[in-house]
Write a protein that binds this ligand. Structure first.
Ligand code: FHN
Length: 651
């Protein structure tokens, strides 16, 4: 949602609320009018109707304040858009102190208050204080109020409670009238009252126009201040560079990537959360790097396996939640070169081999850090691992994190992008995202920022990724159900149940399940980032290798129905999904036993249907009501029966 949308939404809400119910309750008189009325009152008639809620006018300020305050609050509630929300969302950091801008804005706002005073006609400022005409005036008011209370739409929008009080005070005044009989007074006031009504009407309409123009003025003011204080729309709306947009296209065409969770935690063969799961202390975990010596690590072999699997890019953990840098970092010695016997930088070797073999390399980077003392205040996954109970959050973000991101985007050649994770540990913290994202886009404009924060996309982000889920499904329970219509989509998953090497996890998905997972992602217009957790010696366990090779074999035959396609044109279903490319539609029958498959209508005219596995013709009927395909029988070992529909024009 751009700021504009947000404003539209917030604005629409507030205008509705403003426009909707009757709100005015005889707002307080302007300062000088008030002073005047007090003089009029010179007897301090506490329940004088102009006293706002008419009550509690005990002393000058109290009376004055009570009235103004509640009016002020209602005005603010009704007239002001939810600026807090707007600015919270969009206010970038460390610019002109936001607080200062806000106070300035509020100050100006309070200077341009529009008092929708009770119509002059109701309480003429120069009203006679005593004698017959004073009585007449009081009586007239009484008549008028009685009338207003009795009719459905009184001439002035006054809430019942205020009206009630004004009536009782007029009655109170009435009771003080000494002599004249009621009858001829009433006759006189009836005519007075109707004259008053019309005058009140035109006063009210004039003031409504004033209110409306004031609201518009306030909105412009809010926008002006946002822009002036550098919190403007143009500041936070992210405009991806042309090379970034090109990279997004290539990313979407790639469709299949290898996710690699590898780190010193692999030594314990119990997944990447072992530090947390076993509630180890820093001293205990600090021993692990000395056991990490992946002498069998072979970047060529890893990339060869990715290519054999049909994967077009690799995303590897440059550092996970244990904060351990799997690269040569000068920002901290808690890294593979300085703290392990291996003393080499595997990311450097991988980057060089990826560039050689034309595979894009992305770096997974954990924002969450269970090791660095400056990751403070701690987050939802915190446990007492011996870290000091204090730290400098800004230093962690600006020096440590941005420092390492600068190294990754400077020392490893062209990088496909940064895959962030862990922000969900402190979802409401100020992560300086705009600053960090701007740094990445400056250092490598084509680099894609892929945040696994499980929230809807934020300015500066280039891809929306869903963990262990298809876009919007949220069966894993922690993903957002919001699916961006603009950004490329990605879905990440494991081959067994673990991300990091887990010696005890043999819940491997079958090759068919993995193919269907890839096809369903493509049918939902998303890439699949399929994970391996290499062993501590650098080798990749056979169960992963075999499954990846078989997926690669499938892609070598049916890759045209995946690579370079987009999801659709038909919505995904249990039966299967469709992918499309130029004038071709691939119907992926994943879970359908019946011989005929009835599908929703396809807009373009289909000229031919063939079974992709053997090129045999497929019978079909196409009408405005739908498309019926004769599905070839399943042989049981193919995960996906693909029917290629050739259309007269591109979809
Ligand atoms: O905690 C991590 C987990 O270890 C793994 O990295 C996955 C990968 O998407 N993300 C986090 C869980 O949401």
């Amino acid at each position: 949602m751009t700021l504009v949308d947000l404003l539209k939404n917030v604005g629409r809400q507030s205008i509705e609320s403003v426009g909707g119910d009757n709100i005015e309750s005889g707002d307080g008189p302007s300062d000088d009018e008030f002073r005047e009325s007090e003089q009029i009152g010179n007897g301090h008639r506490p329940d004088h109707p102009r006293g706002g809620k008419l009550g509690g006018i005990s002393d000058q300020n109290g009376k004055r304040e009570i009235m103004r305050e509640e009016d002020e609050k209602r005005w603010n509630d009704e007239c002001l858009f939810d600026c807090d929300q707007i600015l919270e969302d969009f206010a970038p950091r460390n610019r002109i102190p936001f607080g200062f801008m806000w106070c300035l804005y509020r100050f100006v706002l309070s200077r341009i208050r529009h008092n929708r005073s009770v119509p002059e006609a109701l309480y003429p400022t120069h009203e006679p204080q005593s004698g017959r005409s004073a009585e007449r005036a009081i009586f007239t008011r009484h008549v008028l109020f009685t009338r207003m209370a009795s009719v459905k739409n009184p001439p002035i929008e006054i809430s019942a409670s205020v009206l009630g009080t004004m009536l009782s005070s007029a009655a109170a005044e009435m009771s003080q009238c000494p002599t004249e009989t009621g009858t001829n007074l009433s006759r006189h006031s009836e005519s007075m009252a109707s004259g008053l009504e019309t005058r009140i009407h035109c006063e009210m309409t004039k003031s409504d126009q004033r209110t409306a123009s004031l609201r518009a003025l306030r909105l412009c003011l809010a926008m002006a201040f946002l822009l002036a204080s550098g919190h403007g729309v143009c500041q936070t709306i992210y405009t991806p560079a042309p090379e970034n947009l090109k990279a997004r296209q290539e990313f979407q065409d790639a469709k299949f990537g290898m996710f690699i969770h590898w780190g010193v935690y692999s030594v314990l063969g119990d997944g990447e959360w072992v530090f947390h799961e076993r509630k180890l202390t820093l001293d205990e975990y600090n021993r692990l790097p000395s056991f990490f010596d992946p002498e069998k690590f072979d970047a060529k072999a890893w990339i060869a396996l990715a290519k054999a699997a049909g994967m077009k890019y690799i995303t590897i953990t440059s550092r996970h939640h244990d904060g351990f840098a799997m690269f040569d970092s000068k920002v901290s010695d808690w890294n593979i070169v300085q703290r392990t016997p291996y003393k080499r930088d595997p990311l450097k070797m991988l980057a060089e081999e990826c560039h050689r073999q034309g595979i894009k390399l992305f770096f997974y980077y954990s924002q969450l850090d269970w090791h660095n003392p400056d990751y403070y205040p701690r987050g939802i996954t915190n446990w007492d691992n011996g870290r000091l109970n204090r730290g400098d959050w800004n230093r962690y973000l600006d020096d440590y994190m941005d420092g390492q991101l600068r190294e990754l985007l400077t020392n490893y050649g062209e990088v496909g992008g940064i895959w962030f994770d862990g922000m969900w540990d402190k979802p409401d913290a100020d992560w300086h995202l705009e600053k960090t994202y701007a740094l990445i886009h400056k250092l490598q404009p084509a680099a894609l920022i892929i945040p696994n924060h499980h929230q809807s996309p934020k300015p500066g982000e280039d891809v929306q990724t869903f963990e262990r889920d298809l876009p919007g499904q949220n069966s894993a329970g922690f993903n957002t159900s919001y699916v961006s219509a603009q950004l490329p989509l990605e879905s990440s998953d494991t081959i067994n149940d673990s991300w990091g090497f887990n010696i005890g996890d043999s819940k491997y998905k079958s090759p068919s399940e993995l193919v269907s997972r890839l096809v369903r992602s493509a049918g939902n217009n998303a890439n699949l980032l399929l994970n391996i957790g290499p062993m501590p010696n650098g080798e990749i366990q056979e169960e992963f290798v075999a499954r990846l090779r078989s997926v690669g074999q499938w892609l070598s035959k049916y890759g045209e129905s995946i690579y370079g396609t987009r999801g659709g044109p038909l919505p995904p279903g249990d039966w299967g999904v469709t992918t499309r490319k130029e004038n071709k539609i691939y119907v992926h029958v994943l879970n359908w036993a019946a011989p005929l498959l009835a599908l929703p209508p396809v807009q373009t005219r289909i000229t031919r249907a063939v079974f992709l596995s053997n090129g045999s013709s497929i019978e079909f009927t196409q009408s405005a009501n739908g498309l019926i395909l004769k599905v070839p029988p399943s042989t049981g070992d193919e995960p996906d029966r693909i029917i290629l529909l050739t259309c007269r024009e591109a979809n």
